[in-house]
Design a protein around this ligand. Structure first.
Ligand code: ZN
Ligand code: ZN
Length: 129
């Protein structure tokens, strides 16, 4: 499947190789630049084979507008951190990039917390023992 934005793409009769951005499998396409997503991942995750963007129906688009508006609202109402850490994992949102960033944020937040704990321990030991 594709997102329908690529009709004007010039098709050159050369083959190019690339890797699927989802599963890293090798892809060979008869145009350049090479497709971003392999056919299997395209079907499985509803991604455009050509650019890797999510292909969603108008109805899904409306839902996702609401989801993202809710995320935005909850960032303020629940607090930015709790919005992602405790309030919800936002699994209804079908967006690879969004979840990548969400996980990166939570990982980083955890690392900061661990670092602060470590520093408290280190300075405490240096000063009181
Ligand atoms: Zn793939
Ligand atoms: Zn596309």
């Amino acid at each position: 499947m594709d997102c329908g934005k690529h009709e004007k793409m010039v098709v050159m009769h050369i083959f190019s190789d690339g890797e699927c951005i989802v599963c890293d499998k090798e892809i060979q396409t008869s145009h350049t630049p090479c497709n971003m997503v392999c056919p299997e991942c395209s079907e499985k995750y509803e991604l455009c084979e050509i650019c890797g963007e999510l292909v969603i129906s108008e109805e899904e688009k409306e839902k996702h507008l609401e989801y993202f508006e809710d995320v935005k609202y909850r960032m303020g109402a629940e607090g930015f951190h709790y919005c992602f850490e405790g309030y919800s994992h936002w699994n209804e949102i079908k967006d690879v990039k969004f979840h990548e960033l969400r996980k990166l944020y939570l990982d980083t937040a955890k690392k900061i917390e661990e670092y602060v704990d470590k520093k408290i321990e280190e300075y405490g030991e240096q000063l009181y023992f």
